[in-house]
Design a protein around this ligand. Structure first.
Ligand code: IPE
Ligand code: IPE
Ligand code: MG
Length: 264
């Protein structure tokens, strides 16, 4: 059965929504599957790339909101390994858009104190986009207000494969004893190492699947699915997602009382 949309807060302004948020219960890390750009464009009889371009405005707003709310980490899914199967013209346009975004946004990210990092098999990106990725990573490496991970040519399974491969090399070289491998140790080989797991995953566009995103890290993440298409997902929508998140009871497998003491 589909849940009826919660319209009880439709009349509230953004400031009123903001005031409803409990600052003690904000997620420390948000992950987002930014989906629905193509459909946004198709609805307006525009080329799909117009939807991707509009989606960048949402990216900007969400980064600003995370910074304003002191949410320390944001991981956004921009291009999956599976997305290489799309038509060449869409891929090329997306890569140009990425390059353009990094070029024009580097100063803004710096001003916001955001440290940019690409996760995924980034070396497979075309050289123009790749050199901007590396440049913005270098230029923002000293910033720590917001950790901004952008998943590019990313797949959750290959991230685990890559981690296991490097771990196996370390074992073979005698740097690691296999008995010392536990969950925390393996986590150290993942691209998100050192960050808390996402507390909240948002997926736009009505799809309710993970699409090979952060398979390890999402083990106990709260999921928020919305029919809103990514280019329409702005500050207000994000505030509603955060309010929904704050209603959740996170149990981590425990009974309710114990979880409220040992949870977030
Ligand atoms: C998400 O939007 C962005 C990328 C995957 C690059 P889509 O391009 O998947 O948009 P829809 O799902 O076709 O509407
Ligand atoms: C997931 O969206 C990847 C990104 C948002 C970058 P897709 O549109 O590629 O996912 P599927 O194909 O609907 O699962
Ligand atoms: Mg899609």
């Amino acid at each position: 059965m589909t849940k009826a949309p919660d319209t009880s807060r439709d009349h509230l302004s953004e400031d009123e929504l903001l005031a409803l948020l409990d600052p003690e219960l904000l997620p420390r890390h948000i992950a987002i599957i930014m989906d629905g750009n193509g459909r946004w464009a198709e609805l307006r009889r525009l080329p799909r790339i117009a939807g991707h371009a509009e989606g960048i405005k949402s990216v900007r707003e969400i980064i600003t909101l995370c910074r304003d709310l002191d949410i320390g980490a944001l991981t956004i899914y921009a291009f999956s390994q599976e997305n290489w199967k799309r038509p060449a013209n869409e891929i090329n346009a997306l890569m140009l858009l990425l390059e353009n975004y990094l070029q024009t946004e580097m100063n803004e990210l710096t001003r916001k104190g955001a440290r940019f990092r690409a996760i995924g098999r980034v070396d497979t990106l075309p050289s123009g986009a790749l050199s901007w990725v590396r440049r913005v990573e270098r230029e923002t490496a000293h910033l720590d207000k917001l950790m901004l991970n952008v998943a590019l040519s990313y797949g959750g399974r290959s991230e685990i494969v890559d981690a296991v491969r490097r771990l196996a090399e370390d074992v073979q070289a005698g740097r690691v004893q296999s008995e010392s491998i536990d969950e925390a140790f393996l986590e150290g080989y993942l691209s998100t190492h050192g960050l808390p797991d996402p507390d909240l995953l948002i997926r736009t566009s009505g799809e309710t699947r993970i699409s090979n995103f952060l398979l390890w890290q999402l083990a106990y993440t709260e999921m928020f699915f919305t029919p809103t298409l990514w280019p329409d997902f702005r500050r207000r929508e994000a505030l509603l997602a955060l309010l929904d998140y704050q209603k959740r009871e996170r149990r981590f497998g425990q009974v309710p009382d114990a979880a409220s003491q040992g949870g977030r």
